[in-house]
Ligand binder design. Structure first.
Ligand SMILES: Cc1cc2nc3c(=O)[nH]c(=O)nc-3n(C[C@H](O)[C@H](O)[C@H](O)COP(=O)(O)OP(=O)(O)OC[C@H]3O[C@@H](n4cnc5c(N)ncnc54)[C@H](O)[C@@H]3O)c2cc1C
Length: 340
């Protein structure tokens, strides 16, 4: 275990925003969390941070940040059709996906290149190109900081939703590892019907193709590289806002004025792309000081250089207000503001 006092978090959030925490602790698994529990660390202010790819620090964090460096990957069950793989929380999701693809284990390839730790994947129900963590997570092992116990939650108990899970409202659980159910070639199903994935493939592929997973991974990486900023170059947290879900009556009202507005029917209403609303409100490529709206994707707010969390938050609030004024629709951040 390593502990750093008065720690600078600039390299631990993909916005690249400077902020400090009182203490930053790297731990290697549940034994070390137990030590922190005995030290009463969890009685004070604390939080888990993975890659910091969904966080906006609007000031220093007056508490302890814990960060897993446990990265083990282990096959715990295997048969002719599929396998169960246990991955520890500190592993980078994309490193695991690269490994899974190299082993010809299917299921996670569409999630390639999302900046994310394994620990945060079920918390956020991370998703892209028609696949979400909920489709591949079988169970999640956690450390309960209230009493120092360890327990496991099934997929159903995780109560996954759109970028949501029960972990979001239960921050007392620290994810230790995630069990993923992955498929072998004999039971493989490819998911290619989301967005432009199928048409972006270099050639048509089928589940029997030996290199199908590799081709999907490379295609997803290429598309993402073309449309999203690389956090190593331009700071961002990916999509800043969630896509709002509104009543059909709201969609009908908007369609009468904006007949080309895209929307997707869902069980409980209609999802409208927040990026479209923001672009129509005239924000794409604009900036307020050092915080800007990415020129290739209006859903992404970027640090143009030297931005503070407050600069980004001010821009976000201006966007929320102008979308509300123009369309009467409330958009809300996907990014977690700290302090809230
Ligand atoms: C360029 C870019 C592109 C992106 N594209 C996508 C995308 O396509 N799809 C998508 O879903 N997201 C996307 N995101 C957002 C981000 O990748 C996800 O939200 C991801 O899940 C964040 O993972 P993280 O490890 O950085 O979590 P953090 O930002 O560090 O933390 C997020 C939340 O998880 C909690 N947490 C972290 N580790 C643990 C743990 N071990 N136990 C319990 N709680 C924990 C934190 O407390 C916090 O509440 C993108 C971000 C960027 C920068």
């Amino acid at each position: 275990m390593k502990e750093y006092k008065d720690y600078q978090l600039k390299a631990n959030n993909t916005f690249g925003i400077p902020a400090k925490c009182d203490s930053f602790i790297e731990y290697a698994g549940c034994e070390e969390l137990k030590v922190l529990y005995d030290r009463k660390v969890f009685d004070g202010q604390w939080m888990s941070v993975g890659c910091g790819a969904n966080l906006l620090f609007c000031g220093d964090y007056h508490g302890v940040i814990i960060h897993s460096v446990a990265r083990n990957v282990e096959v715990v069950e295997e048969n002719d059709r599929d396998l169960l793989v246990r991955v520890e929380a500190g592993c980078v999701l994309d490193d695991f996906i690269a490994y899974a693809v190299s082993m010809d284990w299917g299921g996670v390839e569409n999630l390639s290149a999302i900046p994310c730790s394994i620990g945060a994947a079920p918390v956020q129900n991370v998703g892209a190109y028609g696949v979400e963590a909920k489709d591949v997570v079988e169970s999640v092992l956690v450390f309960d900081t209230r009493d120092g116990s360890i327990c496991s939650f099934t997929n159903e108990e995780c109560a996954f939703g759109y970028r949501n899970s029960m972990f979001k409202s239960n921050p007392q659980y620290v994810v230790l590892s995630v069990n993923f159910r992955l498929s072998k070639a004999s039971s493989r199903q490819l998911r290619l019907d989301y967005g432009n994935l199928r048409s972006a493939l270099p050639a048509p592929i089928s589940p029997e193709d030996k290199d199908a997973l590799r081709v999907i991974r490379e295609t997803v990486c290429r598309i993402r590289h073309e449309k999203l900023p690389d956090p190593a170059v331009i700071g961002s947290a990916g999509s800043f806002f969630k896509n709002p879900v509104v009543d059909r009556s709201v969609v009908d009202r908007l369609l009468s004025e904006y007949p080309k507005m895209p929307f997707y029917e869902m069980g409980t209403g209609c999802k409208v792309p927040a990026g479209w609303l923001i672009e129509q409100a005239g924000w794409k490529g604009r900036n307020l000081g050092p915080a800007g709206v990415y020129e290739k994707q209006a859903l992404v707010l970027v640090n143009l250089g030297g931005a503070t969390g407050d600069d980004v938050w001010r821009l976000a609030q201006s966007i929320v207000n102008s979308v509300k004024e123009k369309f009467g629709v409330e958009i809300s951040p996907e990014v977690i503001k700290i302090p809230s």
